[in-house]
Design a protein around this ligand. Structure first.
Ligand code: GLU
Length: 304
């Protein structure tokens, strides 16, 4: 299969979709990004890499960071993690409070904000310096030691984090948060403000396409079952309120973020990262979904 040629075709076909679309502007600094940028990177399990467009350009990974923090917490706690967070799609907005009251402070899954805030709390309980540990984990997986938290983005995010504070205080009232709420929201906002490129993300996500093995050393970091579980939760909860449409059109487990990234895996084969900041009504990258749909149609690869 000629992946280089396929990426070139995708780039040409995607251009009409790179218009002035709305970017996430509820965080002022994210609102300043040009919507019509596009990059894509593919890393196969054999070690081949393919890139197109702005694949090396750094952007705010936002909710894609939740896959890394979830994997770290799952590695630490194993099955007991599920006492504090569920594994069902929420069918509600990413920062919704509604279900939390009915479900007594246990978030539906680790990828909605409430779930990721619980995961942040877990990492804070286990590590003296969780900020350093998350970066260390991402450096190790991506092979890029220069990845950092954008402090200005984090500040911008914290200035508009009232709902995240509300979610965390609410869960604390059900004893599902142990650390101080402002500290949990600070750490959560920090990992959302990490900047990476498509190449970094595709390299790092080989952890999930290679059954839990460190992409560089081959060392086992997650069991095969844990990797299956993480991929399954990406499949059922990784694309906000359009997981059904994404499964239908793309057919890969993936996680998106409001910065415009979507990172998916074809277990046993490859990882694919795409970035384009213009979003659709569900908060997913508009051109990103289209590019992944073209990729799985042209390659005839999907998990289904
Ligand atoms: N930083 C974001 C927030 O909690 C996460 C957004 C996302 O879903 O990518 O508001």
């Amino acid at each position: 299969m000629n992946i280089t040629a396929i990426l070139e075709e995708i780039y040409t076909e995607i251009e009409p979709y790179l218009t002035e679309r709305r970017v996430a502007d509820y965080i002022p600094m994210l609102g300043r990004v040009d919507s019509n940028q596009f990059g894509m990177a593919v890393c196969t399990n054999d070690g081949d890499e393919y890139v197109i467009g702005s694949a090396q350009k750094n952007f705010s990974i936002q909710s894609v960071s939740k896959v890394f923090t979830f994997a770290m917490a799952y590695e630490l706690l194993g099955q007991s993690l599920w006492k504090r967070v569920g594994k069902e799609p929420s069918g509600t907005k990413f920062n919704s409070l509604i279900l939390l009251e009915q479900e007594k402070g246990i978030p539906r899954n680790p990828f909605i904000n409430a779930g990721a805030l619980v995961i942040a709390d877990i990492l804070m309980e286990h590590y003296k310096d969780p900020y350093k540990e998350v970066l260390k984990y991402i450096h190790e997986l991506s092979g890029n030691p220069n990845i950092v938290i954008n402090e200005e983005m984090k500040k911008s995010e914290l200035d508009y984090a009232n709902i995240n504070y509300a979610l965390t205080y609410f869960m604390k009232s059900f004893s599902n948060i142990n650390s101080h709420v402002p500290e949990v929201v600070d750490f959560y906002s920090a990992h959302c403000s990490i900047e990476m490129s498509c190449v970094d993300l595709a390299r790092a996500f080989r952890l999930f396409s290679q059954a839990g093995k460190n992409p560089w050393t081959g060392e086992k970091m997650l069991t095969k079952s844990q990797t299956k579980h993480i991929n399954a939760i990406m499949m059922t909860s990784g694309l906000y309120n359009s997981v059904g449409d994404f499964a239908y059109r793309v057919g890969l487990p993936a996680k998106s973020g409001v910065g415009g990234a979507i990172v998916g895996v074809l277990p046993g084969e490859m990882s694919i990262a795409v970035w384009s900041p213009g979003l659709d009504a569900n908060g997913n990258s508009f051109a990103g979904i289209k590019a992944l749909e073209l990729f799985t149609n042209k390659t005839e690869l999907s998990i289904y």
